[in-house]
Design a protein around this ligand. Structure first.
Ligand SMILES: *Cc1c(COP(=O)(O)O)cnc(C)c1O
Length: 372
């Protein structure tokens, strides 16, 4: 079935006993077990899993074409839940433009655990090959990347990772499974910040890992999650599941708006460049065309001039709000270098834009008046 259909039905099914079409939310923290501690039904304790999380995990596995999924309290809990399965002495290779807090995991946490981290431009496949080390265990890609909109060839990087005995994880937050299913291109693990498009309404935080294969790797990650406790709450699982149902429709509008804005801003005298993989002159356009179904809802605008010129544009928008995060129904803009702080590799004149579900004309009008 097509992704739009799977999004509506995956992890669904009637509630046993009531025939309810919409899923119930199970808030119980504990479940009956035998005097010896064996579950009499499927669950024992909320930190290990509960029926509402199960539905969401099942839905994500179907939608991303994976064997199993694990859901976490946030996207960052999913990132750390993934790297905490690595052994001390391992090496992790990250794309140079990954979400700034993912980079912080690499810079501030992994060295303390005796895990080495280095950066490479994963759009340069030869550089990826050269950057691999004998003890490289994991490559961490993000495509399109936040906020530079780099496009990484998932199949090619998976091939290099596997030849070197390493796994490839792909942060699929920007693309969503509607546009891109990295496991089908050879990635081993997909990560989502469900706080963004999957939730879709700027009112729920969550993260997920989806695994191409079941078995030891998933069980190890599940064990880490049970020990560290960064599991998704039932309420948030329920909200994300609700969000998934409309993701196909929402992405269609997000993408149409991103395309309209990219076209309107290209060649605008106040704009130095538009970073959107759907534009034919984007360096990742050919790869994106091959591995994505549509070019996603996010774009970045490089304002002509300096950091101050970019900040002035951001201060003049009226409909579009200055706020972090993305993928909600409302349009958001952000000067990423300011929010990323010291160590940011983002261009000083870059504004990241998350077009919402408003009419494209109104968004373009707002940007045009802010650029005057
Ligand atoms: C927001 C985001 C994250 C982190 O997710 P949280 O839910 O905020 O913890 C990771 N990767 C990308 C690309 C993101 O946009």
């Amino acid at each position: 079935m097509k992704p739009d259909t799977l999004l509506v039905h995956a992890g669904g099914g009637l509630e046993p006993g009531s025939g309810a079409i919409a899923p119930s939310m199970h808030l119980s923290t504990t479940f009956e077990h035998t005097p010896e501690g064996e579950a009499t039904h499927d669950h024992v304790y909320i930190r290990m899993g509960n029926p509402t999380q199960d539905r969401l995990e099942e839905a994500l596995s179907v939608i991303e074409d994976g064997a199993e999924s694990l859901v976490y309290a946030s996207g960052m809990a999913a990132v750390t839940g993934c790297v905490q399965t690595l052994e001390p002495g391992a090496h992790v290779l990250m794309h140079r433009d990954v979400y700034s807090v993912t980079r912080a995991v690499g810079k501030e946490l992994l060295p303390n655990w005796n895990i080495e981290v280095s950066d490479v431009d994963m759009t340069d496949l030869e550089a990826v090959g050269r950057a691999l080390r004998p003890h490289t265990a994991l490559l961490w890609a993000e495509t399109p990347s936040n906020p530079a909109m780099d496009v990484i060839d998932i199949g090619a990087v998976a091939g290099i990772a596997h030849a070197g005995g390493a796994l490839l994880a792909v942060d699929n937050t920007f693309a969503t499974p509607v546009m891109q299913r990295p496991l089908q291109h050879g990635a081993d693990i997909v990560m989502h910040s469900m706080t963004k498009y999957l939730g879709g309404h700027s009112d729920v935080q969550g993260g997920a890992l989806v695994f191409r294969e079941g078995g030891d790797r998933v069980e190890r990650a599940r064990r880490v999650r049970t020990i560290t406790g960064g599991v998704l709450s039932p309420f948030n699982a329920w909200l994300v599941l609700r969000g998934l149902r409309s993701l196909g429709c929402r992405m269609a509008r997000h993408v149409a708006n991103a395309e309209a804005i990219a076209a309107a801003m290209t060649g605008h005298p106040g704009i130095e460049g538009v970073d959107y993989p759907g534009l034919p002159d984007h360096p990742g356009h050919a790869v994106a065309t091959r591995q994505m179904d549509g070019y996603g809802g996010m774009l970045s605008l490089r304002v002509r001039g300096t950091r101050e010129d970019a900040l002035r544009v951001a201060s003049k928008v009226r409909l579009i709000r200055n706020a972090t995060s993305l993928g909600g129904v409302e349009s958001l803009i952000e000067h990423r270098q300011s929010i990323e702080g010291p160590g940011s590799v983002t261009a000083p004149n870059l504004l990241r834009l998350s077009p919402g579900l408003e009419a494209a004309e109104d968004l373009i009008g707002d940007l045009a008046q802010a650029l005057e």
